[in-house]
Design a protein around this ligand. Structure first.
Ligand SMILES: Nc1ncnc2c1ncn2[C@@H]1O[C@H](COP(=O)(O)OP(=O)(O)OP(=O)(O)O)[C@@H](O)[C@H]1O
Ligand SMILES: [Mg+2]
Length: 159
């Protein structure tokens, strides 16, 4: 099941991300894909807020691949844009990082698809004009998915 949501502004995207963050469990991996400037980092900020991490801590640094944020549920923010691909990610220990106890958020996750857990939560962004984005979310094994669907109802077509 894929939930397709419509965001009309950065604030909408933050709200959707907070709603997802509220139902994530320790150990969950969220795979974010979408072009430059689609809203992946902004979404990570919203998830972080739901986990009690101030949004200004979650940034898009030029060279850092992995950033750990301590919190009630630890958050690992990963951006693999600068890696060549899955093999290079494997060499820096990505499998172990992804199997940690906290929540992992992975920007440009499609670059390391082979290393992602099969039950990861997929969030795909596409541009639909100006400040509009479609955010498609698939989470087959997430117990809180129905709860998330209810929380994000106003972003669903016709909702
Ligand atoms: N509906 C929207 N949702 C998210 N961001 C939006 C939206 N409308 C406009 N924006 C703007 O788009 C930009 C998204 O930037 P962000 O850094 O989150 O993208 P990204 O996908 O992480 O990019 P990168 O590939 O460089 O990591 C921000 O400047 C934000 O204000
Ligand atoms: Mg980013």
């Amino acid at each position: 099941m894929i939930l397709r949501l419509r965001s009309g502004s950065p604030e909408d995207t933050l709200e959707i991300a907070r709603a997802l963050g509220a139902v994530l469990r320790p150990g969950d991996v969220v795979a974010l894909t979408g072009d430059l400037g689609a809203g992946k980092t902004l979404f990570c900020k919203g998830v972080g807020e739901a986990l009690g991490i101030p949004s200004d801590r979650i940034v898009s640094p030029t060279f850092t691949i992995v950033t750990e944020h301590a919190g009630p549920v630890p958050l690992t923010h990963i951006d693999v844009y600068r890696l060549a691909g899955a093999r290079e990610a494997d060499e820096i220990g990505m499998r172990e990082i992804l199997s940690g106890d906290g929540v992992c958020l992975v920007e440009w996750a499609d670059k390391i698809e082979e290393l992602l857990p099969t039950d990861c939560i997929q969030v795909r962004f596409s541009f639909s004009g100006d400040d509009r984005r479609e955010i498609a979310i698939a989470a087959p094994d997430l117990p809180g998915f129905d709860d998330f669907r209810a929380r994000s109802i106003r972003f669903q077509p016709g909702g």
